[in-house]
Design a protein around this ligand. Structure first.
Ligand SMILES: Nc1ncnc2c1ncn2[C@@H]1O[C@H](COP(=O)(O)OP(=O)(O)O)[C@@H](O)[C@H]1O
Ligand SMILES: [Mg+2]
Length: 368
């Protein structure tokens, strides 16, 4: 009789879907890594959000049935239940990304200001300059990086690195890409989404084969959230780029967003501000500028907070349409592409300056 390997069990468990999502219980991070295999005896825990989750019984039954069906009816399966609140954090790795030189968060005070557009095009711009670049889409409220890289509906796959299965980032336009949208069903209930998001995010950072990178960009959720906390606790973020439109409301939110990174406990340097949709230029009249959202707001904010204004990027219809088609505009040679190449150079300089002036960012140690 063939021996039972953990991967055999995990493959069987991948056939068990979590109702209400199109994801399986393995990809959702519900299988605790406490699996024990002793001959034909298999035991492990399944992690649920809370003890009152009505699906616990049916998922445990389904998991047991899947193992018997896929491996053999004689397998003795013991499944315990655990809850997110009681799961001990995995042993902390001092630095989960030792081969990554710079980690850059791209953040904004509110959604819809072009944070993902900036993150994606900045990633492409840096890759075009020959740097090794990774982009992690951590925006649980609306992961859009897969679409912008034409990777919607991609299946994640794993390969082994030193005997350990690792998620393989999707690679396109010279950028390695992973998205929380690959792991967490963002249409599902908010509670479930929130509870699983931090776990999934950790997995995308610590259990993915990012390899050697010069710049690791993170498209962070807008505003403040648990995801920010997870990120600053998991990684020493080199610096953040704040994206805002010139509108007063956006600027007020950006100010709050910046405060989150420069508070007492969190100490992530702000590399600078990007003013997106700074003006509108009709294509036939490249010399005209219409300040539809107001003029110079981000520049004033940058001055007020003593941070750099990295770039002003106009509202250009092609920027949006290229994103929608899965090929960021920074890949081409249009005027819009040049704005993003310029931003890339500004970020490279800002990171260099930051690294020569400040020690590496420490992870945040928060007792909650
Ligand atoms: N400079 C720009 N010119 C034209 N459209 C833009 C620009 N920046 C962003 N957009 C469009 O605005 C919308 C919101 O941008 P997105 O990057 O998804 O924002 P966020 O990530 O902040 O929610 C998208 O449809 C995007 O294509
Ligand atoms: Mg976005």
């Amino acid at each position: 009789m063939d021996p039972i390997y953990p991967n055999l069990v995990l493959d069987a468990l991948r056939t068990v879907r979590y109702p209400g999502t199109d994801k399986n219980i393995v990809d959702l991070g519900m299988v605790e890594d406490d699996m024990r295999i002793d001959g034909r005896k298999v035991s492990f825990s399944l992690i649920f959000d809370k003890p009152t989750n009505p699906l616990i019984k049916s998922r445990i039954k389904a998991a047991e049935a899947a193992i018997k069906h896929e491996i053999g009816p004689d397998v003795e399966v013991t499944i315990s239940e655990k809850y997110l609140t009681s799961v001990k954090p995995k042993e902390e790795k001092a630095n989960p990304l030792p081969r990554v030189k710079n980690i850059i968060g791209v953040s904004s005070g509110k959604g819809g200001v072009g944070k993902s557009t900036v993150a994606a095009n900045l990633a492409v711009a840096l890759a075009r300059e020959g740097y090794k670049v990774g982009l992690l889409d951590a925006d649980i409220f609306g992961p859009s990086v897969p679409k912008m890289f034409g990777a919607e509906g991609e299946q994640l796959y794993m390969h082994e690195v030193e005997g350990k299965p690792m998620i393989v980032p999707f690679e396109r336009y010279g950028v390695k890409v992973l998205s929380i949208g690959f792991l967490v069903d963002t249409d599902s209930a908010v509670v479930w989404r929130g509870a699983m998001a931090s776990r999934a995010l950790n997995q995308l950072i610590e259990e993915a084969d990012w390899g050697e990178l010069d710049y690791f960009l993170i498209d962070m959720p807008p505003g403040t959230s648990d995801i920010h906390l997870t990120l600053v606790q998991t990684l020493g973020i080199t610096g953040v780029v704040i994206v805002s439109t010139p509108q007063e409301v956006a600027l007020a939110d950006a100010r709050r967003g910046i405060a989150m990174f420069t508070g007492d406990k969190v100490n992530v340097p702000v590399l600078g501000i990007v003013e997106n949709m700074a003006w509108f230029t009709p294509e036939p009249h490249p010399e005209e500028r219409y300040y539809i959202f107001g003029e110079g707001g981000a520049a004033r904010l940058a001055e007020e907070l003593n941070v750099e204004l990295l770039a002003q990027i106009p509202l250009i219809a092609a920027v949006g349409s290229h994103s929608d088609q899965g090929s960021p505009i920074a890949l081409g040679d249009s005027l819009a592409a040049q704005y993003f190449m310029h931003l890339g150079h500004m970020v490279i300089d800002a990171v260099d300056r930051r690294n020569s002036q400040l020690p590496p960012t420490q992870k945040v140690n928060v007792n909650r």
